[in-house]
Write a protein that binds this ligand. Sequence first.
Ligand code: MG
Length: 239
Amino acid sequence: MPAVPVPPGPAFPARLDSVFSARLGEVDCWLFDMDNTLYPARANLFAQIDRRMEAFVGRLLGLGRDEARVVQKRYFHEHGTTLRGLMLSHDVDPNDFLDYVHDIDMSVLDPDPRLAAALERLPGRRIVFTNGDLAYAERVLAALGIGDCFHAIHDVHAMRYHPKPDPRAYRGVCEAHGIAPERAFFVDDMAHNLKPAHALGMVTGWVNNGSERGDHGHSPDFIDHELHDLTDWLEELTR
Ligand SMILES: [Mg+2]
């Protein structure tokens, strides 16, 4: 997706600097993880995706469910993502894998008009930075009613299959969209995904909502803001 020129945003509320932090007032690009960040972790979309990944591996290798699960988890731990392991070990086409595992029921997601309104009030660009793929991201955002709130979606294809928390993913999103990291904010429910963002100079936000392994590697060293619900936090920020 081509870089988008920075649109003139609304003036930031004066209270931002006093209640939050001065650095947030200088942010001109807002980067959002998608899964379990833009919707509540209780929707548990990943449980559906997990079962589809298991089924994909079972079908590919002719394994039963339990054996397929062991192989899938091994790839996940050895290569960071199941997809990376399947690409390296079995030459799997990433599109085949992503289409299959993301063919899930979106009816568990509800439109979030409060989130849409709060996103629209943020000055500068808003970009979805997700380890999922574009087609899946568009379906999730549509189900949440926030598909028109973003200027770009930077997905796993754009990351050349080196997903977060690989530092290459963060440098890549900045290069692709002309983002100055020290004027960017990044929010994710996986604490360890914030570390490379902070190292680049971004302001970071951790959505502490109990998502699976969300607090793995958690450290105040690279977490500038801790929040529990993104919609509530953005409403407060942009009020
Ligand atoms: Mg997430």
